[in-house]
Design a binder for this molecule. Structure first.
Ligand code: GLN
Length: 490
């Protein structure tokens, strides 16, 4: 059964035509994980029994014609989505033994669609990182080159999908964690508009920036998943009503390309960007020009302030969100605490890793009286300016193209001792989160045998359009179908 290289759309057809059952497909991918994941470490939990139970239910739905395009398709969730009865660790010792009593809304919606949850993917601890080196459960490797990082923080999801151990996975993007690993692993990843997907049950890192979304091989598959997970949820007051379009149909709709103008922000193509990446992006722009799109250089000023503002805001929110891990309510508790203070101190000292502690300290400092105005307030003002700059740009152009990352995947260990270098790898992704906009990263070529990603950034709630632009490109090119050699076999 040669199905590892099929997209969700293709797998769905096989299920529908009864060429394969969901149970067979589920066993097939479980076996693939068992044979290949020792090289990658992309999974934290594999729950075979749970998966087979869901697959049997999916097969019944298919037999009774009660299925949709996602019914019976295996998926894996980033290990920060709460899964009822299934370990949810956030890749931290703090939650090493935590089993939630409820499902995150995303998980719940996909369960209801009949998807088969095979397990939970590895990630940076509490989603803090750009390389997947901060997981309590060990580093994840990039299937294109096992000496390189897969990107972070959704590195497990990206690594697993790139090696075709699973056809599609969920991720979360606070400052780039869907788009950056998608780019490093040659995949398509959608970061939706802030509020278009419920955050309920997604363990919080920085609540005003966090947003869940799909990591898949194609824009079409991302559209399928996004269509199911989006929408208002009474459990998340920041979720939005404004998402009723059918992205799948829209994604396949022919665009009136001659009337679409795409902005190229000059600040994103400066000396910080690897020359090869810039050349590859310009080559793919030629493909878009042939499709009829118009291009225009634009300016997104104040770009240099993005990283400082992002890391202050994200750390400030993290320091507040992570105060709940105190050894009282849930998660790790230190042994034999002498008193309450000892309980707090030792629990948090033992439970959190180095990067998480660093962020908590930066955040607490930025929020402390005396420094609040100097750091946190200033960062919020920069955030507003960055948002306004995007809004101004969208008066002039319909979409914006940008590199996803300044380099391709770097070596394991290369940046882990230099925090600033690591943080700078988010320079092209974080502005989108600060503004709350949607963006997709698509593979557009290779530099030194490593995949290169490009972002299509849209105005608020234009997911359907950016998906369809990505889809048009993927119909013309085959980059998204490439599979790393070591994993391109049964
Ligand atoms: N690399 C960024 C950070 O560490 C983004 C992480 C994310 O998007 N979850 O904060």
């Amino acid at each position: 059964m040669d199905i590892y290289n099929k997209s969700v759309v293709e797998l769905s057809k096989l299920l529908n035509k009864k060429k394969v059952s969901s149970l067979e497909m589920t066993d097939y991918f479980i076996n693939r994980i068992k044979s290949f994941d020792s090289k990658l470490n992309s999974f934290i939990t594999i729950d075979e029994d749970h998966a087979r139970k869901q697959a049997k239910i999916a097969d019944e739905l298919i037999a009774n014609n009660k299925n949709n395009l996602l019914t019976g398709i295996p998926i894996a969730h980033k290990d920060l989505f709460s899964t009822k009865g299934m370990l949810t660790t956030c890749a931290s010792k703090m939650l090493e033994n935590y089993t939630p009593p409820f499902d995150a809304t995303i998980v719940n919606k996909l369960n209801e669609a009949g998807m088969v949850n095979i397990g939970k993917t590895n990630m940076d601890e509490f989603a803090m990182g750009s390389s997947n080196e901060s997981s309590y459960f060990g580093v994840v490797k990039n299937p294109w080159d096992l000496k390189k990082v897969p990107g972070g923080s959704s590195g497990g999801s990206a690594s697993a999908v790139a090696a075709r151990l699973i056809p599609i996975a969920t991720g979360s993007d606070t400052g780039g964690s869907i788009r950056q690993p998608a780019s490093f692993c040659g995949l398509t990843g959608l970061k939706p508009t802030y509020g278009s997907v419920s955050r309920y049950g997604m363990i919080a890192y920085a609540s005003s920036l966090d947003q869940g979304g799909p990591i898949a091989t194609s824009a079409e598959d991302c559209a399928l998943l996004f269509n199911k997970i989006k929408g208002y949820d009474k459990n998340d007051p920041t979720s939005n009503f404004n998402t009723d379009q059918d992205e799948v149909k829209l994604a396949l709709k022919k665009q009136d390309t001659k009337n679409i103008t795409i902005g190229i922000p000059k600040e994103y193509f400066s000396k910080d960007l690897d020359r090869n990446i810039s050349d590859i992006i310009y080559q793919s722009i030629e493909v878009f020009k042939k499709l009829g799109f118009n291009f225009k250089e634009i300016s997104l000023p104040d770009h240099d302030y993005t990283i400082p503002a992002y890391y202050i805001i994200a750390s400030a929110e993290a320091s507040s969100n992570l105060s709940r891990y105190d050894g009282v309510k849930f998660g790790h508790r230190c042994d034999k605490p002498k008193n309450l203070e000892d309980l707090y101190l030792r629990t948090r000292k033992e439970g959190f890793g180095k990067e998480v502690k660093k962020r908590i300290m930066i955040g607490a400092y930025a929020l402390s009286s005396g420094y609040y105005d100097e750091y946190y307030m200033k960062a919020l003002k920069i955030r507003r300016i960055i948002r306004d700059n995007f809004i101004n740009a969208f008066k002039d152009v319909d979409y914006i193209f940008a590199p996803t990352c300044p380099s391709t995947a770097f070596d394991l260990g290369e940046k882990s001792s230099d925090a600033l270098e690591m943080y700078l790898s988010d320079i092209y992704t974080t502005p989108v989160n600060l503004a709350g906009l949607p963006a997709i990263s698509i593979p557009v070529g290779f530099s030194n045998n490593m995949p290169v990603g490009m972002q299509i950034i849209g105005n608020y709630f234009t997911e359907a359009n950016i998906l369809s632009i990505a889809h048009l490109f993927q119909e013309e090119t085959g980059w998204h179908n490439r599979i790393p050699e070591d994993f391109d076999h049964e």
